[in-house]
Design a protein around this ligand. Structure first.
Ligand code: CA
Ligand code: CA
Ligand code: CA
Length: 720
């Protein structure tokens, strides 16, 4: 498609930001102690309003009449069967089958609209939370429910939902791994990326060769002899004498130790396999080897190394060093994230701003700060605005202090000897908690993007406990909450945000975005008199793949160059609209114009130098008009949804190549005379040039927009 055609097809729509109804989240069913196993309810509890005029509650409900039952079944959309009467005036009705959460919510919502219904709720099946039988689980305070441990990640309730999926692989980019009794059977074949130090010299690798297919950890001790003898030769610079750490084995155990096997420790993920990628040897590892190992882990090609048959969806990097994010690191991370994998990185242990520690300071990673057992910042943990989330890294006062993180280890100080379990502390230990929980989220919803994963773990994070030395400015959004994150992951729709269209009907299209469980779309098209117009719809998804709502029309709001005036809802129901998503980039749209296939509109390729968040943006001080912004490849496409001088909804669009990574210079265009809501397809006429538009991004969620006339407007991402 040439660029001219592109301009025709990229029309725009409208956003009516603050005017839309308040979004309603899923039912707020509070659970006392036990956690409901979602997706397994086959009954509902209904209480009808008492017909008694005196308002007294009868002790027991009266059986439903046949007519009443039929009416309720019709409303619910499924046959309901009386099961039993309850004390307190409610009764239990059986559903024809077990319903998943979305189906259940639909039935509950429908029945609530009946005037005679006082309340209706799912009759959920409760059960014990899953607790593994590993003998040392009792000491893994960092996994426990928050009612038991202030600094823990709330795993038991998450394990009730999932203990992992065989379709997910987790990469541990570290010192390699040992065949520990509690890791046997928990790995897929990895690789050793440590190159020779110089031709024929393998001090760092310590396994007698360069890169090879065996990621077994041979030990990373540095002896006094080596320290004094070899550093003087320029090797092992900045490296101190130390025992072997078995660091990768400890990290791997947190993520995926064999669990519920009656021995040792529990891992966060009991099912998904660990991919051991060895990049750290004696005295650490080089970025050149680490980035090759990262790329290979995510399934990207690395010269001279066989393809990885088990690409990882999440990479654990419990490593780093002082320094800026290098180009080679950022490029590798960009490519890995573009391939759909999540990169989780330790913030570092220098008690310093994470901005000083790479690769935690790279864009697109989840940088993890460490908290201690009480939920305060561990004294060693790096901190700062680049930290995305906190997790328990523990804080030890002595070697075997149980306030560290307990995982698999070996007791060999030089070479490996006997399997062991030890407490370590560090952001290296916090990071695999996040990685493991991300792998559980991907186990229930493998289509989640890295951006969605980050959004969910941040929005579901637990606030730092009272008295914590952490704040969101220091330690990220909160302490990761496994149960809440996995629950949210299950119900988060996988829809590609941005521009959508029907290729057979170019000239009109759709902005579609899903945040959390809420969809917000605008259709940009033409009025009967030929002017560009837009309609919008927003509300909760019915399920992870289905949206049902109404099209709404707004008017009388702020014009392109006029002063602010709020818009008004001119038609609350232009017609019903539904979107049935068959995959993240395809859907069937049913609306007043009929039923049409729509798909994600792809107009650029390659990785942009800068990637702002895709979707709705606005100026919060000027609600009622808004903008959709997207960069694909190096091409920006933006639309503005606002009003003309007569108060009609109107849209403008602009599209073109970025001038610099963060600066766009273009012109507002306005199309006319294209396809109407219900009319047959025809292309719009050539656009008119409305004036210059400039967009200068400050970061991925903030920009300054300059509209025709020169007025500058601060834009931020619109959160709904
Ligand atoms: Ca080797
Ligand atoms: Ca090896
Ligand atoms: Ca175990």
């Amino acid at each position: 498609m040439n660029f001219k055609m592109l301009k025709h097809t990229l029309a725009v729509i409208a956003v009516c930001l603050a005017l839309f109804p308040v979004m309603v989240s899923a039912d707020d069913l509070t659970e006392p102690r036990l956690t409901p196993k979602l997706s397994s309810a086959d009954r509902i509890i209904v209480k009808l309003r008492s017909p008694a005029a005196d308002g007294k509650q009868s002790a027991q409900a009266a059986p439903l009449s046949g007519d009443k039952l039929k009416a309720m079944s019709r409303k619910a959309g499924v046959p309901l069967t009386p099961l039993r009467l309850m004390s307190g005036g409610a009764q239990v009705l059986k559903l024809p089958r077990a319903m998943n959460e979305a189906e259940m919510q639909t039935i509950v919502r429908r029945l609530r609209t009946l005037p005679e219904v006082e309340y209706v709720e799912p009759d959920r099946l409760m059960h014990h939370m899953k607790v593994p039988n590993d003998t040392q689980y009792v000491n893994q305070w960092h996994y426990k429910a928050n009612s038991d441990e202030a600094g823990a990640v709330n795993l038991p309730a998450a394990w009730d939902i999932t203990t992992g999926s065989a379709n997910v692989v987790v990469a541990v980019i570290d010192t390699g791994i040992l065949p520990h009794e509690d890791l046997i059977g928990r790995t897929v074949p990895g690789y050793d990326f440590i190159s020779e130090d110089a031709e024929g010299i393998f001090f760092s690798a310590n396994d007698g060769n360069a890169r090879d297919s065996d990621p077994t950890d041979p030990g990373d001790w540095v002896s006094e002899f080596e320290y004094f003898g070899i550093t003087s030769l320029g090797l092992f610079t900045g490296c101190n004498p130390t025992d072997s750490s078995w660091h990768g084995t400890h990290v791997a155990g947190t993520i995926g130790a064999a669990t519920d096997n009656g021995r040792g420790v529990a891992g966060i993920n009991w099912v998904s396999k660990v991919l051991p990628v060895r990049v750290l040897g004696k005295c650490g590892g080089y970025i050149s080897d680490i980035t090759d190992g990262m790329r290979w882990a995510a399934g990207l090609p690395v010269a001279g190394v066989p393809a990885n048959p088990n690409p990882a969806k999440v990479l654990n990097l419990s490593l780093g060093s002082a320094g800026p994010c290098s180009i080679i690191e950022q490029t590798a991370i960009n490519d890995i994230v573009a391939a759909g994998a999540v990169v989780v990185v330790a913030a570092g242990n220098e008690n310093d701003d994470v901005a000083t520690s790479s690769p935690a300071n790279c864009n697109g990673v989840i940088a993890v700060a460490a908290t201690n057992r009480s939920g305060s910042r561990a004294s060693y943990s790096n901190f700062g605005s680049l930290v995305k989330i906190a997790a328990p890294g523990g804080e030890k006062a002595y070697f075997s202090d149980p306030n560290g993180v307990l995982s698999t280890l070996n007791n060999g100080k030089v070479l490996a000897q006997s399997d062991d379990y030890q407490y370590y502390n560090g952001t290296s230990m916090a990071t695999p908690h996040v990685t493991g929980i991300v792998s559980l989220m991907l186990s229930v919803n493998p289509g989640l993007s890295p951006a969605q994963i980050l959004s969910i773990i941040q929005s579901t994070a637990r606030a730092f406990p009272a008295g914590s030395s952490c704040t969101t400015a220091l330690c990220g959004a909160g302490i990761i909450n496994a149960a809440a994150a996995v629950t949210q992951a299950m119900t988060t729709p996988v829809v590609m945000d941005g521009w959508w269209w029907n290729p057979a009907e170019s000239g009109r299209g759709f902005s579609i975005e899903v945040q959390g469980n809420n969809l917000f779309m605008a259709g940009y098209l033409y009025a009967d008199d030929g002017r560009a117009t837009w309609l919008a719809s927003t509300g909760a998804m019915s399920s992870s793949t289905q949206y049902n709502g109404v099209l709404q029309s707004f008017g009388n709001g702020q014009t392109l160059t006029g002063v602010y005036q709020p818009a008004s809802l001119t038609n609350a129901n232009v017609g019903a609209v539904s979107l049935q998503f068959s995959d993240p980039s395809h859907a069937t749209l049913t609306w007043p114009g009929g039923t049409i296939p729509v798909e994600r509109y792809m107009y650029g390729s390659g990785t942009p130098a800068f990637q702002p968040e895709t979707g709705w943006w606005w100026n919060a001080a000027e609600s009622g008009r808004g903008f959709t912004i997207e960069i694909q490849g190096n091409t920006l496409f933006m639309a503005g949804y606002m009003y003309d001088a007569s108060g009609n909804p109107v849209w403008y669009s602009t599209s073109g190549t970025m001038s610099t990574a963060t600066l766009y210079l273009g012109t507002w265009q306005q199309f006319a005379n294209g396809q109407t809501l219900t009319g047959t397809h025809h292309l719009p006429s050539n656009p008119s040039n409305v004036g210059a538009v400039t967009l200068q991004f400050t970061n991925a969620v903030e920009a300054t927009l300059t509209l025709p006339g020169g007025r500058q407007i601060p834009l931020t991402r619109y959160r709904f």
